[in-house]
Design a protein around this ligand. Structure first.
Ligand SMILES: Cc1cc2nc3c(=O)[nH]c(=O)nc-3n(C[C@H](O)[C@H](O)[C@H](O)COP(=O)(O)OP(=O)(O)OC[C@H]3O[C@@H](n4cnc5c(N)ncnc54)[C@H](O)[C@@H]3O)c2cc1C
Length: 473
């Protein structure tokens, strides 16, 4: 069986590794000049900058991948102080409570909101499968202040999205199912965390000495010559007993690849660029319509003494009601070792998103003064940055909005009506890197099971007895 995987982001690489392990002849094609998709690690003037994702949550899939790839010695863990997370309240970063005892003393919530939070297990639960927005679920169970000061900024940190429009069921399945299964978000969260603790050796977040790019680079190395970069897929069409993938190399030279199955793992907004059969094109509409608001990251370096705040935490989130330009900032040099040269600190700021898309698209010259004003007010920054790295993601993260089941349903329908055509990526089974790794493996397992079982059957587009034509690649 020959499978072509389109996209060498973590979803595609994870699928390809699993396919290779199951004895499949797999080829990964990516239009870019490097693997990893949105993972963008760079070393500049002694700083290690992550302009895309900054850390990974430890999951069982990640743990086994790290072991298989021999990356244990490359791994770094957050410094102990990074457990502390700040939320901006009344113009000041305030540490979030880490447990019930610190909740009582915390300034992050008013006394009334704390009382409301602790009463959550006694709020009558909604049962059944009907979806609702994250905002509606949180308001109902935890109250408006928890939504404004805790959940909305957290949602903004993951999706750069709006809790009023995001689906609880699809964007925050843990919250949704905690209520449905355990009758309470708090009790469900505690039980789920206990269950996970036994499965995952290292809990919390992680990265690598030389940044997140270490992971896709090692995955690609393990795949060897199976990964082809600077190879843009332009067409995917049914062909005799399988599929024919049309590509263009960096110089625009076309070629064709025949395969038994093809798996698209690129972003939902990029699939329109591929020439596909009309029926697939039509069915893709809910997927192509997914919203992807722009997000920008602004990595700023400062001399340590130029920042009054001790930066003793993971970072800070800015609730919308605080009226800041900044969505949030990660204290990168406090989070993992080796992110800034001695005597310097690195702060990675996030801007834009659903809340302020126009800020996500602004030029460096326009946005830098606004962000420096926020950092001066919130962290006591009192010098010009020694490093500025601005990256705009015009279509950053897919929004799992209410009605997301139409997206999931469209993918399932396409796969069942067009055997051998598979779809995956950040828009389907969760946006986090851990979700994408797991999804890649699941896709590979399905391909092997379904295509293995189907071998001998002809493609529904092909005539009986059709012969495979010799192809250029
Ligand atoms: C700014 C930002 C910050 C984030 N922060 C975090 C974080 O801290 N932690 C976390 O867990 N997650 C984070 N995420 C989310 C996570 O990084 C992504 O969801 C995940 O990396 C997506 O991986 P993917 O493989 O599905 O897609 P991508 O990384 O987008 O890769 C898709 C690949 O497909 C290729 N491609 C597309 N079309 C074609 C074509 N026609 N031919 C050939 N190749 C094609 C592209 O070149 C690309 O390399 C962040 C995302 C962004 C944008």
């Amino acid at each position: 069986m020959r499978v072509v995987v389109i996209g060498a982001g973590v979803t595609g690489l994870s699928a390809a590794l699993e396919l290779r392990d199951q004895g499949v002849d797999v080829t990964v094609l990516d239009a870019g000049a490097r693997v990893g998709g949105v993972i963008t690690t760079r070393r500049v003037d002694g700083f290690l900058i992550e302009s895309g994702p900054t850390s990974l949550s430890a999951t069982s899939t990640l743990e086994s991948l790290i072991t298989r790839l021999g990356l244990e010695d490359e791994r770094v863990f957050p410094t102990p102080s990074a457990k502390r997370r700040f939320i901006v309240r009344d113009g000041t970063p305030v540490a979030l409570p880490s447990g019930p005892a610190s909740l009582l003393a915390s300034r992050a919530l008013s006394r009334g909101a704390k009382w409301r939070l602790l009463r959550e297990p006694w709020v009558t639960p909604v049962r059944g499968a009907a979806d609702e927005s994250i905002a509606s679920l949180v308001r109902r169970r935890l109250g408006s202040e928890v939504l404004t000061y805790l959940v909305a900024p957290f949602v903004s940190g993951i999706y750069a999205g709006d809790p009023e429009t995001l689906s609880a069921r699809h964007a925050m399945p843990m919250l949704f199912h905690a209520e449905r299964r355990h009758g309470s978000i708090l009790l469900g969260g505690i039980r789920e965390a206990r269950a996970r603790a036994g499965v995952v050796r290292h809990r919390g977040i992680t990265s690598f000495r030389e940044g997140l790019a270490t992971l896709p680079n090692a995955m690609a190395e393990a795949l060897g010559g199976r990964v082809r970069l600077r190879t843009r897929v332009t067409t995917v069409q049914p062909h005799t007993e399988g599929w024919q993938v049309g590509v263009e190399d960096g110089e625009g030279r076309p070629a064709q690849i025949a395969c038994d199955a093809v798996c698209y793992t690129g972003p939902a907004h990029a699939v329109h660029a591929i020439d596909l059969p009309w029926e697939i094109r039509q069915a893709l509409q809910p997927i192509e319509r997914l919203e992807h608001p722009p997000v920008a990251t602004l990595a700023l370096g400062f001399p340590r003494e130029a920042v009054a705040h001790p930066l003793d935490g993971f970072g800070m989130l800015c609730p919308a009601v605080e009226g800041r330009t900044l969505l949030g900032a990660i204290f990168s040099s406090s989070l993992f070792p080796g992110r800034a040269p001695a005597g310097q600190v690195l702060i990675t700021c996030f801007l834009g998103g659903q809340r302020a898309p126009e800020i996500g698209r602004m030029s460096t010259d326009a946005v830098l003064p606004l962000i420096l004003a926020d950092l001066q007010a919130l962290l006591g920054v009192r010098a010009a940055p020694t490093l500025v790295q601005h990256q705009i993601w015009p279509q950053a993260i897919p929004q799992y909005a209410l009605g997301h089941e139409r997206v999931v349903g469209a993918a399932l329908r396409i796969e069942s009506e067009h055997p051998g055509f598979y779809l995956g990526g950040q828009w389907r089974g969760g946006v986090s890197l851990g979700d994408c790794l797991a999804q890649g493996q699941q896709l590979a397992t399905r391909i092997v099971q379904e295509r293995g079982a189907a071998s001998g059957r002809s493609n529904r587009f092909s005539g009986e007895g059709a012969h495979r034509t010799p192809l250029a690649v």
